[in-house]
Ligand binder design. Structure first.
Ligand code: FMN
Length: 195
């Protein structure tokens, strides 16, 4: 894939994975190495990452995550399609608002990096920070803010136009393809000024 927009389009949230073909610790390190190179307000680089490969800790974190609230008849990845790794991203408890911007940049970079290797990634705000702190030994001065569920992708996801009713909820079709409605360019640009 050479075109950056194609990569961004391919980097849709993934919620079903090839559980029998896990990511390795080296794979997770590569993802964080990509995040390491991202912009950071005042270049403070305050984010810290706990890497969780397949195993008991991964299972325990998974048990306290919530997936795809819009898919009412699906309770999350079934056995065989669960994430094979998590990255827990933490920031200082007293971090200012610009560190939250750093957080977004970092997790999106990891999602793009994963997509560049045909791996899937789901950014999860629905997780148990206290459990992650305990299981991963995250120090008190850091607050776990997001976890990333990762693995080899096992579902097809595509961008769709927003339907006529204007609803932005994603859906799955009869072939189990996941559709994500995105607004049109002209809905986003509120003005063009030149000269
Ligand atoms: C900050 C943030 C938190 C999210 N938390 C969850 C979550 O807890 N569970 C989940 O299934 N998806 C979560 N998502 C994924 C969103 O649902 C997803 O980005 C959205 O449906 C659009 O799909 P797309 O990423 O393919 O464009 C989160 C995304 C972001 C950016």
């Amino acid at each position: 894939m050479t075109d950056f927009k194609q990569l961004v389009e391919a980097a849709r949230t993934c919620r079903r994975f090839v559980e029998s073909d896990p990511l390795s610790m080296t794979d997770l390190e590569w993802l964080v190495d990509c995040a390491r190179l991202t912009p950071s307000a005042r270049n403070q680089q305050a984010l810290r990452y706990a890497l969780v490969g397949q195993g008991a800790v991964c299972d325990a974190i998974f048990a306290k995550t919530a997936w795809a609230a819009a898919l009412k008849d699906w309770g999350g990845p079934h056995p065989g399609e669960r994430p094979t790794a998590f990255i827990v991203v933490s920031q200082p408890e007293d971090a200012g608002h610009l560190t939250w911007v750093d957080l977004g940049i970092a997790v999106q970079t990891i999602q793009l990096a994963a997509a560049s290797r045909s791996w899937g990634c789901c950014i999860l705000a629905s997780f148990d920070p206290d459990l992650c702190r305990k299981l991963c030994g995250i120090p008190e001065k850091l607050a776990p803010r997001l976890v990333l569920g990762l693995g080899k992708a096992a579902e097809k996801r595509v961008v769709a136009p927003v339907p006529a009713d204007g609803k932005l909820a994603y859906w799955r079709d009869a072939d189990n393809v996941h559709h994500v409605p995105k607004l049109a360019l002209d809905d986003l640009i509120i003005g063009r000024f030149q000269g």
